[in-house]
Design a protein around this ligand. Structure first.
Ligand code: CIZ
Ligand code: SF4
Length: 319
């Protein structure tokens, strides 16, 4: 505990000295989320992290999250220094969609508009027409479908299938998945709901169809937090990374949040629903990179410029 206090003090001091700001994802350790908030940084989803970093005057951004989030920050702010506590913090969606295979797939389908999820490398974004996040993917695909466009979607197959079902769009799906959300189980969720008949079920659309089908609200991390605050219920079953429960409990004090069951050992599982790469961010390595300036994120400038077009399309659509 004393070590924790000392590390936090050191991080606060180093952020000031370096004129750096900390941006943290909802899925990282609660200590990092709290530090980001109290030092004037932000805690949010991947899109808002990149946007906040772009608009903040600090010259150095420290991204507590996973690799693609650091890259997105660099793509939107090429002139800034982006540091990460651990550059090996990646994502199964990013890993499962290597640029060579993806480019070959896209080349085979030149008649399709290429739409990729934020959880991809800079190189994959650079090969795409559009980048989307889970909060706006549905609206953008709907818009493209109405224009008569056929879509090539990558990499999350569950999110792709959900959007396909909602919009009726012609979508060819890359077969990637998130190792965290893929573990949520529909049958066990059904049993848990029977135990808590008044609970509302909040589901991130990276989850399998059998879990999404039982949701009261399907949405991005930010949308699920808003639902926890606004829905008139006191108990919620939450199917997304359990790092988000910290924010939900802060935002909706007095409400009761239960992790949705995973393959691990259903309702008694305390840490199954947590991303191992998000967990690589800690107070210790954060303090170390602030001290040394190591772990800088680099994106090839030409790839960054092309990837930015796909991101800007989405931002313009949202505006
Ligand atoms: O699952 C993830 O990594 C999410 C939800 C990222 C994001 O967009 O914030
Ligand atoms: Fe990737 Fe899933 Fe981890 Fe998010 S929670 S970073 S989608 S592996």
């Amino acid at each position: 505990a004393a070590e924790k206090v000392e590390l936090k003090d050191r991080i606060r001091r180093l952020l000031k000295e370096r004129n750096a700001v900390l941006v943290a994802h909802y899925y990282v350790d609660a200590d990092l989320q709290d530090l980001a908030e109290e030092t004037g940084g932000c805690v949010s989803d991947s899109l808002e992290m990149a946007r906040f970093g772009r608009d903040h005057p600090a010259q150095t951004l420290v991204v507590a999250g996973v690799r693609f989030m650091g890259e997105s920050a660099k793509i939107l702010s090429p002139e800034k220094t982006i540091l990460m506590p651990d550059l090996d913090a990646t994502c199964s969606l990013d890993l499962g969609c290597p640029i060579d295979e993806f480019a070959a797939f896209a080349d085979q389908h030149p008649d399709r508009t290429v739409v990729v999820y934020a959880n991809t490398s800079a190189a994959v974004k650079a090969r795409a027409d559009w980048m989307v996040t889970s909060s706006i993917g549905l609206d953008i695909v709907k818009h493209l479908h109405e224009q008569g466009k056929k879509i090539l979607w990558a990499p999350d197959r569950h999110l792709g299938a959900y959007i396909q079902k909602q919009t009726g769009a012609d979508m060819l799906l890359w077969q990637g998945s998130c190792l965290v959300h893929d573990e949520f189980k529909g049958v066990e969720l059904d049993l848990l709901k029977a135990e808590y008949p008044d609970a509302k079920v909040l589901v991130h659309p990276e989850s399998p169809a059998g879990v999404v089908a039982q949701a009261d609200v399907v949405g991005s991390t930010t949308q699920l937090i808003n639902a926890a605050v606004n829905l008139p219920a006191t108990t919620f079953i939450v199917a997304t990374d359990n790092g988000i429960l910290h924010k939900m409990r802060q935002a909706a004090p007095g409400k009761h949040f239960i992790e949705a069951p995973t393959a691990g050992n259903s309702a008694t599982c305390k840490s199954c629903a947590h991303c191992p790469w998000m967990a690589m961010n800690g107070l210790k390595n954060l303090a170390e990179v602030l001290e040394s300036g190591a772990n800088e994120v680099h994106v090839d400038p030409e790839i960054g410029r092309q990837a930015k077009r796909a991101i800007d399309r989405m931002l313009d659509f949202a505006a």
